[in-house]
Design a binder for this molecule. Structure first.
Ligand SMILES: Cc1cc2nc3c(=O)[nH]c(=O)nc-3n(C[C@H](O)[C@H](O)[C@H](O)COP(=O)(O)OP(=O)(O)OC[C@H]3O[C@@H](n4cnc5c(N)ncnc54)[C@H](O)[C@@H]3O)c2cc1C
Length: 385
């Protein structure tokens, strides 16, 4: 049983682990140069708070002991889903089954390519190392994107003594997780930490003058900055897979067993598009990786496939100066946000209700009762824990 895995991130490494545990032979293709790593920690890496070894998913010895054939700097450029072949670095190899786990990539705003020395997407370890090198000569940092990784970068920037601005196109910060009330508390906390927050604005134009970047926002105001980090969403590159004849949409289409449109080919993690299943979680990517691998092994053994469970995953950031936690749906869009407690200016806890059914939990500056509430999503809510 020989299985090829395209992409060595959270999903791919977990798939490889399952297959090697079950006596299979694995080739794990990565287009990156370093050992597979914990992707959310690229923000800490960018600010020199951790090194590459500290964020590795597994040490090198782990792959060797398990005989997982990890091929670094080996981008897959072609697959043949019928013959089950993979082409990487001009070498074609045949497998019994394939698992696609190539993740997503950053949405690149036009000025990222225009100023490659000064503007970086927060996504890959390679970029984080370049950011680290650049930071010594930075006075002012602009973060484009007010989601969790943007705010994390802003906090670390302030801790380095930088002036920091965050520009967010949505009307409020972390709009995927928080409703307007919770996001307002968060914005005030960021302002208190010295971060200049511009919401409902986007960068219309970037130019460079006297060695510094001049950002012009859509309302005509300007920001002068030395370094710009962008974190404005994810895109999935399905070109190789759609050319191979697989059904694709925004990702590679899969069913609840992570099966693609071609027998013996599975997809998992951010590259997989499954009805009503959100992407963007390391936990779900790893669970799907394991599930896809289990179903690939079952396929080759003539056993039936098992559905891979989906569930809500909380998103949390906890740091000395700020913490926030969210799970489920944000307030707004017809859902009612009900405050559980407001303590001083910074601590805010709320639930999001549809009728009396709990749909979301949002907390800033506190985590009290968060886990209990998160476990009650989808059930009637009749008061605070
Ligand atoms: C800055 C940032 C912060 C985040 N924060 C959080 C968080 O706090 N909590 C959370 O749960 N999730 C977070 N996420 C999302 C999470 O990291 C992803 O959902 C998760 O990494 C998806 O796992 P994956 O294995 O599908 O893809 P990835 O981990 O992205 O791995 C895919 C790998 O495949 C490689 N690859 C792509 N194409 C090819 C090819 N053709 N050949 C070979 N290799 C290829 C890629 O380079 C990559 O190494 C964050 C993401 C980012 C970028």
């Amino acid at each position: 049983m020989r299985i090829g895995i395209v992409g060595a991130g959270h999903a791919g490494v977990e798939a490889a682990r399952y297959i090697s545990d079950n006596g299979g032979e694995v080739v794990l293709y990565s287009d990156e140069a370093c050992l597979p790593y914990i992707r959310p920690r690229v923000v800490q890496l960018a600010f020199g708070r951790v090194d590459l070894d500290a964020i590795a998913l597994r040490p090198k010895s782990w792959y060797i002991e398990r005989k997982i054939d990890l091929r670094l700097e080996c981008p897959v450029t072609q697959i043949d889903v019928h013959a089950k072949t993979v082409t990487a670095r001009c070498r074609r190899e045949r497998f019994d089954a394939l698992i696609l786990a190539s993740g997503a990539g950053p949405v690149l705003l036009p000025f990222v390519r225009q100023f490659p020395e000064d503007v970086f997407p927060l996504w890959r370890a390679k970029d984080s190392l370049a950011i680290q090198n650049r930071l010594a000569s930075v006075r002012h940092l602009t973060v484009v994107g007010g989601g969790i990784s943007g705010l994390e970068a802003a906090v670390y920037g302030r801790e380095r003594g930088l002036e920091v601005a965050v520009v967010e196109k949505a009307p409020y910060l972390m709009s995927q997780q928080f409703g307007p009330i919770a996001a307002g508390v968060l914005a005030r906390r960021m302002a208190d930490l010295g971060v200049h927050v511009d919401v409902g604005r986007f960068v219309a134009d970037v130019a460079k003058a006297d060695g510094r970047l001049r950002l012009r926002l859509d309302d005509g105001t300007g920001i002068t900055s030395d370094l710009v980090l962008t974190t404005v969403g994810a895109v999935r590159d399905v070109a190789v897979f759609s050319q191979a004849g697989l059904k694709t949409g925004r990702g590679v289409l899969v069913d609840e067993c992570q099966r693609t449109s071609e027998p013996g080919v599975f997809a998992c993690g951010d590259i997989a598009e499954r009805e009503n299943v959100r992407i963007g979680s390391i936990l779900l990517a790893a669970e799907q990786g394991k599930g896809a691998a289990a179903n690939a092994v079952a396929y080759l053994s003539g056993r039936p496939a098992e559905p891979v469970a989906d569930h809500e995953v909380p998103l949390s950031f906890k740091h000395a100066s700020i913490e926030f936690h969210a799970v489920g749906a944000p307030g707004g869009q017809g859902l009612v946000e009900k405050a559980l407690s407001v303590e001083g200016e910074w601590a805010y806890r709320s639930v999001v209700l549809e009728g009396d059914v709990l749909r979301g939990v949002q907390m800033i500056g506190s985590r009290e009762g968060f886990r209990q509430l998160a476990e009650s999503l989808g059930r009637p809510h009749h008061g605070a824990p």
